[in-house]
Structures are given as C-alpha cells and as structure tokens.
Design a protein around this ligand. Structure first.
Ligand SMILES: O=c1ccn([C@@H]2O[C@H](COP(=O)(O)OP(=O)(O)O[C@H]3O[C@@H](CO)[C@H](O)[C@H]3O)[C@@H](O)[C@H]2O)c(=O)[nH]1
Ligand SMILES: [Mn+2]
Length: 359
C-alpha cells in the first residue's frame, strides 16, 4: 500500500495572498496549495465579501481586522496597495512564508510539465546559499551540479538561505516606462537556474512569487507605506528587498533568485502604474547609493536590532529628500513594535484571527 507523501513543510509554511479581486486562481493551484494554510489579506473595501474556494484552510483579514488587531499601529500597514500583504507575514505563526499574487497561475517547464512553484521554493530555502563566492555552475547543491574547480573548500558549506525569489513567464515585472515602451513584450524564456545573489549586491525584489524563512528574516519583510495617502506605490517589494538584502548580508544569510517560474497573467495598467511609480523612479537614484553605503554595527545581532538601526539611517540620510522618508522611517519602527507585540509569546497566541475556517 503506497504511503501518501506528506507535502514538504506542510505544517511549517503559510501562503500569504493579498487580494482586491477574487481567489478563483486557487483552483489551478489546488493540487499544490490545498495541504497548506492560507493567510488572505483582503485589501480595499472591507464590506466586500471575498469568496474562498471550498476545501482550503485559511484565515482572512480585511482592513477592519487589521485595525482591530493592531489599533493605532495599523497605520504602518498600507491600504489599497499589495503592500498590505506584509500583515500576513506578521500574524503568521509558521517558520516559512510563501506569498503569491492572485493573477499568478501555474506555469509549465519546457517539457510541458506543470511547475510546483511552492515545492521549488522550499527546496531553495532548505539548501544553503553561497553569497561569499560565486559558483559559476549556479546552484551547487542541485542534483547534477556541484562546486566548480577553484571554489574554496572552506566555503562549500554555504550559509542559511533566508529568501527565495521566483520569476514569471508571460507578463514580466517591468516598471511602467518599460511596460509603456514594450506593451506586447512577454517573457517566454525559461532559464533553468537558481543563483545566490552575491553579498554586497542589491536586487529588485518582486513580491509576486516570493518565499522566505520568517524566523531568519521576517521582521525585515516590511513592505513599507504605499498606496492610499502615500506619494508612491509599487515600491513595496522593492523597499523590502533592499532592506532584507542589507540585513542578510550583515547577518550572513543568503538570498536566491531564479526558479521557480509562475505564469503572470495580468498586466496592470501602465498609466496607473506610472503615477504610482513616478517619484520612485527618481528617488531610487538616491535610495540605492544609500543602501549600498549602509553598514550595520557589529552588536546588531537580531533582525529587529538591524531594522531599527536601518530606520534611524533612513530618517537621517533619506529624510532630507522628502518628508515621506521620515514618515516611512517612523512606520518601520511601528512595524517592529507591532511585530514584537503580535509575536511575543505572551500575546501572540491571543491575537484574534480574522475570519477563519477549518477544512
Ligand atoms: O490596491 C491593491 C492592488 C492589488 N492588490 C493585490 O496585489 C497583487 C498584485 O496586484 P496586480 O497583479 O494588480 O499588480 P502587479 O502590477 O501585477 O503587481 C506587481 O507589482 C507589485 C506592485 O506592488 C506587486 O508586488 C507585484 O506583484 C494582487 O494579488 C492584487 O489582488 C491589492 O491587494 N491591493
Ligand atoms: Mn499582477
């Protein structure tokens, strides 16, 4: 009698989905996602009912829930922007998080096989990263690959992997100007590789198909102040990506990018996106050198300590660019306070869930 295989990390991983639409896309993911617990962050109008397909185990939070649970600290959670998803990271009680957008579907590899993106992310997270020395044959821990000649043996153990950044077939995650210039461009290129992003190198983290070790880096996965009432949008995941990379480099943790691919089905409106991104497009020319210059003190040994020092530096160095960065720096502190409040053993368990259902 064949013993059913328990899906990897079944009870140690939550799937976080931000949504203003509906969750029909889950039907396509059912074979891969059904065994896992979902945390749905409903953005926009809280009086709207989001229907969750039958058979999924989930908890759902709308804006009223976020305000009820966090009180005044809810001010750090964006409204009317996919950045709201980070609330799901905060209330999760699991070691791992996978976050995916509701317009992302199962992609196929070149052989036509459906890609279990979650399975690949778990593989990426469970095997080490190599940020300190680049392996030219890509992921050395992968079946059929290894470290190449000249790779120091003293470095082959690698470091713990904190983040696994997946990619997208069909609609690529382009910024608005690129999308406007190339409206018909579709990503058809499947690159069969996973790479560690070298230490000291920043990258543009997309939140569409992303997994991370919440215990290693969760408190730094704040998606910032975006959307309603903010001068910027669509820089939520980018901001988080710059913060987590600086902290991962400092703490000796790895960040990987590459496989798995999902099929991104919907191109958001480039003109709407341009309005959201506009300030970010020139601000980032100053933000990037800031993050490249950041060095964190040796006594910053926890993510929270690193993040609070980073918030101070944001206020000091980026505040002069625009008052928004002072507000953002304060929100970074509020985020950590809320994270610690929700996740401290005394109160964590008592956090009233949103609407939940058993299977
Ligand atoms: O106000 C909103 C808008 C959207 N959402 C949910 O967030 C994701 C992404 O939305 P969408 O697919 O419409 O946007 P994209 O431009 O494709 O998203 C990419 O750009 C980044 C912008 O931040 C984002 O991280 C990328 O994934 C969907 O699930 C929407 O339902 C929302 O919650 N609130
Ligand atoms: Mn999308």
């Amino acid at each position: 009698m064949s013993v059913p295989i328990t899906p990897a990390l079944k009870d140690e991983l939550d799937i976080v989905i931000p949504t203003i639409r509906n969750l029909d896309f889950l039907e396509m993911w059912r074979p891969f996602f059904q065994p896992y617990h979902l945390i749905i962050v409903q953005d926009g109008d809280p009086t709207k009912t989001i229907k969750v397909p039958e058979g999924f185990d989930y908890e759902l939070y709308n804006r009223n829930d976020i305000n009820r649970i966090l009180g005044p600290k809810a001010s750090c959670i964006s409204f009317k922007d996919s950045a709201c998803r980070c609330f799901g990271y905060m209330v999760s009680k699991k070691k791992y998080i996978y976050t995916i957008d509701d317009d992302c579907f199962v992609a196929k590899d070149p052989t036509g096989k459906e890609i279990n993106a979650l399975e690949q992310h778990i593989k990426n997270l469970l095997c080490p990263s190599t940020p300190n020395f680049f392996n030219t044959l890509y992921d050395p821990y992968r079946e059929g690959a290894d470290f190449v000649r000249g790779y120091p043996f003293s470095m082959r153990e690698g470091v713990k992997t904190a983040v696994s950044h997946g990619l997208w077939m069909n609609i690529p995650d382009y910024d608005a100007p690129t999308q406007m210039v190339k409206p018909l461009e579709r990503n058809t290129r499947y690159v069969d590789a996973v790479m560690t992003i070298p230490k000291g190198t920043l990258f543009p983290m997309c939140g569409m198909n992303l997994a991370f070790d919440r215990e290693l880096i969760g408190p730094a996965m704040y998606f910032g102040l975006m959307g309603d009432g903010q001068p910027i949008g669509r820089y939520d995941d980018m901001w988080a990506g710059w913060c987590i990379k600086v902290i991962c480099d400092h703490l000796g943790l790895g960040v990987k990018t590459g496989l798995p691919y999902i099929w991104h089905s919907k191109a958001s409106n480039p003109f709407v996106n341009l309005k959201k991104e506009y300030k970010g497009i020139f601000w980032q020319e100053e933000i990037i050198p800031f993050f490249q210059s950041v060095s964190l003190p040796k006594d910053c040994t926890s993510v929270q300590k690193c993040y609070l020092v980073l918030a101070e530096k944001v206020k000091e160095k980026l505040g002069p660019i625009d008052p928004y960065f002072t507000k953002l720096a304060d929100a970074m502190v509020t985020w950590i306070e809320a994270w610690d409040q929700i996740n401290s053993t005394s109160t964590g368990a008592k956090v009233a869930n949103g609407t939940a259902n058993g299977k």
